[in-house]
Design a protein around this ligand. Sequence first.
Ligand SMILES: *[C@@H]1O[C@H](CO)[C@@H](O)[C@H](O)[C@H]1NC(C)=O
Ligand SMILES: *[C@@H]1O[C@H](CO)[C@@H](O)[C@H](O)[C@H]1NC(C)=O
Ligand SMILES: *[C@@H]1O[C@H](CO)[C@@H](O)[C@H](O)[C@H]1NC(C)=O
Length: 368
Amino acid sequence: MASRPSLSALVILALMTVLLSAAASSSSSLCREKRPMMFNFGDSNSDTGGLVAGLGFPVNLPNGRSFFRRSTGRLSDGLLLIDFLCQSLNTSLLSPYLDSLAGTKFTSGANFAIVGSSTLPKYVPFSLNIQVMQFTHFKARTLELVTAGSDHDLITDRGFGDALYMIDIGQNDIADSFAKNLSYVQVVKRIPSITTEIENAIKALYDQGGRNFWVHNTGPLGCLPQKLSLVENEKLDQYGCISSYNDAAKFFNEALRRLCQKMRTEKKDANIVYVDIYSIKYDLIANSTKYGFSSPLMACCGYGGPPYNYNIKVTCGQPGYQVCDEGSRFLSWDGIHYTEAANSIVASKVLSTAYSTPRLNFDFFCSS
Ligand SMILES: *[C@@H]1O[C@H](CO)[C@@H](O)[C@H](O)[C@H]1NC(C)=O
Ligand SMILES: *[C@@H]1O[C@H](CO)[C@@H](O)[C@H](O)[C@H]1NC(C)=O
Ligand SMILES: *[C@@H]1O[C@H](CO)[C@@H](O)[C@H](O)[C@H]1NC(C)=O
C-alpha cells in the first residue's frame, strides 16, 4: 500500500519543516494546526464540575463569582489551574466526563477529576482507579461510535494516542490519613501504596495508548486554613504552616518524583513530566506580599474572621458564610482551595517550565 512520496510532496514537506522550525519559538502554533486533546484525573483541585454533574450536590455562589459569574461546580471564585492550562492552548475548558449534557463538547478531551477523590480505597467512587476505568469506558464507547459512523465530532484513536494525560491527586489521601488521627510515621508508611496507585494509573493509560503524561505533585497541605483551624498543639513552621502535614506532603512528592523518574526509564517512548506544585505554592505563601496577597493563611470565603476565617460548620456557600470583597487579595478561597488570582500565578509558573522535570513546554504534546 505504501507508495513512494512524490517529489512535490517532498518539497512541501521540506517547506513545512522550514516553516515549523521558524515557528519553533512560538510552538503553540503547532497546537493551532492540531486540536489539542487532554484527559485529566484528580480531585477538587482540578474538578471542573464533575461532582455536581455526577451526584447533584450543590456548589453555590459565591463559588464561580469572578470569572463565570455563576457556580460551575468548581471550588474557587473562578478559574482553576487546569483552566489556565487549557487557555494557554487556546482550547475550550475541559467538560466533566459525568456531564451528560456536555454531548459533543468533549472535543478537547474530558475531565474525570472529582471533588474529594483519593487514590485509596481503590474501588470507591471516584478513586483514581475508578476514574481510569471511566476513561477506559469513555474511550471504548467513543471509538465504537466512530466506527458506527456517528457524525459527531468524536475523538479518534489517533486523538487518544496523541493526547495529554494529566494527574493531580494525593492531597486527600494524606489529609484523610491525618484526619483519622494517624501519626506522622503512620501517614508516611501509607505513602508507597498511594504512589503505587498512581503508577497503576499511568501504566493503565499507557496500555490504552497514552504516551504523554503531566503529573502534578501535591501542595503544602499544612498551610491550608482549614487544616490550621482544626488542629491543636501542632508545631508550626516559620510561615505558620503545620510542619508535620507539609513534611508528609514533601515525602509523598519525593516518592512521586522518583516514580516518574523510574517510569521514564521503563517506558522509553513516553513523556512523563513531573511538576513541582508544592514549591510554587509554598513560594506564594512565603512571599505572599510580593505577590499581592495580604493574609496567605486566611480564607476569603468562610466564617469566623482572623486568623483563618474557617469554620467547618459554616463553609463557603453555606448559610451564614462571609466573603471578602476582593478575592484577588487572597490566596485561599474557601480554606482548602485557591482563588483564581492565586491559580493564575500558579499557572504562569507551571507554564514557565521552571518547575518541570523534564522541562518540556506545556504544549509539547501538540507536536507529537
Ligand atoms: C487564540 O485565539 C484567538 C481568538 O480566537 C486568536 O486571535 C489567537 O491567535 C489564538 N492564539 C493561539 C496561540 O492560538
Ligand atoms: C488523637 O490522638 C491523640 C494522641 O494520640 C489523642 O490524645 C486523641 O484523643 C485522638 N483523637 C481522636 C479524635 O481520636
Ligand atoms: C521567596 O522569594 C525569594 C526571592 O525570590 C526566594 O529566594 C525564596 O526561595 C522564596 N521562598 C520560598 C519559600 O519559596
